[in-house]
Write a protein that binds this ligand. Structure first.
Ligand code: ASP
Length: 345
């Protein structure tokens, strides 16, 4: 490790990297290689900052798995040269992207901090500067010659979260994210306080970094609502080539226990479609079999997603489907905490 930590900023797009064109009043991406000119405060940080940018920055609504691969390839190429990575994306899909990156990289021993902002960097009331500066500080933090963070995180509005635990909760407030089932890993106030007991610990530091670039995208999220019809469910489950479903159920994993519904779910599972039960509630866990209305789901082989977020379940499903696992192994892996994304009781 060099004396000063070296940090690579990866700009993919989003509001954070935009400035107002005062002639047209429109927001446009600025040249990220000139970031030090825009935020001279960065010079005061005790680290060396380099930045790379997507050739064409994207609004995160256009985020796609091919961009996930671009992000992991940039990290892979620069992994040994840099001590930490700060990834800037739009906040709209940041929880999906950062969750996916957490599964695509195994044996990570360096910090990858996702951040963005609700207001562009040039805006007078911007939240971009604080989010970016503190993310860089977090990515540079060391203890006993080692990085404090060795996992994929998301930093926004004074809080550092485990990325695969987060959800975007507000399109208005600066506090745009929440992590309902896992406490913040750090809080920034007068001091930057890490909650060390909550940080992901690398089990074996000698294990080689593994980067996975294959993701299966033949999946969907099916959110239940009272009144959903057999015609609709049947049409969805009959989609050609469908490999997996994140089924958003009620409360602690409950769904209609009428025969038409359970039979359709059973047929889909018999065809090899993996169905993960995730709650629509923002906090709490699926407990299959706790109510009569989840016993049938358990019996036909629906996999309980425990307290995983929908965003993280989508990412984990894409990743595990690419691994060609037997039905039992798939279930075991899904219900295991691979990157701290679920709480094991
Ligand atoms: N629409 C923007 C995006 O997600 C919002 C943001 O940057 O936070 O790219």
């Amino acid at each position: 490790m060099a004396n000063k930590p070296t940090i690579l900023i990866i700009y993919t797009g989003g509001t954070i990297g935009m400035v107002k064109d005062y002639k047209t009043n429109a927001l446009k991406a600025f040249d990220f290689s000139r970031i030090l000119e825009k935020i001279p405060e960065l010079e005061q940080l005790n680290c060396e900052i380099t930045s790379v940018s997507f050739d064409v920055p994207i609004d995160s609504s256009n985020m796609d798995t091919k961009y996930y691969v671009d992000i992991v390839e940039i990290i892979e190429k620069n992994y040994t040269q840099f001590d930490g990575f700060v990834v800037l994306t739009g906040s709209d899909t940041m929880s999906y992207t950062s969750s996916a990156i957490s599964f695509m990289i195994e044996n990570l021993q360096k910090p990858i901090i996702f951040t963005g902002s609700q207001l562009p960097i040039g805006h007078i009331r911007t939240d971009a500067k604080e989010n970016l500066i503190t993310s860089i500080e977090i990515a540079s933090a060391r203890k006993d010659q080692r990085p404090v963070i060795s996992e994929v995180c998301l930093y926004f509005e004074y809080k550092l979260y485990r990325a695969n635990r987060t959800t975007k909760i507000s399109a208005e407030h600066f506090e745009a994210f929440a992590s309902m089932n896992y406490p913040a890993l750090a809080e920034s106030g007068v001091h930057l306080n890490f909650n060390e007991a909550l940080l992901y610990k690398t089990k074996n530091r000698n294990k080689k970094l593994i980067i996975r670039k294959k993701l299966v995208t033949d999946i969907l999220v099916l959110k239940l609502f009272p009144g959903i019809t057999a015609t609709v469910v049947k049409a969805i489950l009959g989609i050609e080539n469908l490999k997996g479903i994140v089924l958003e159920t009620y409360g602690s994993g409950n769904a209609p226990n009428e025969a038409w519904f359970l039979n359709l779910i059973d047929d889909a599972i018999q065809k090899g479609i993996k169905i993960i039960n995730v709650t629509q509630c923002s906090g709490g866990s699926v407990i299959l079999g706790h109510y009569d209305t989840s016993v049938g789901l358990k019996e036909v082989g629906v996999i309980g997603g425990e307290d995983i977020t929908t965003e993280s379940a989508v990412a984990k499903l894409m990743y595990l489907l690419s691994e060609d696992l037997s039905v039992d192994h798939f279930k075991n892996y899904f219900q295991k905490s691979l990157r701290g994304e679920i709480t094991i009781k």
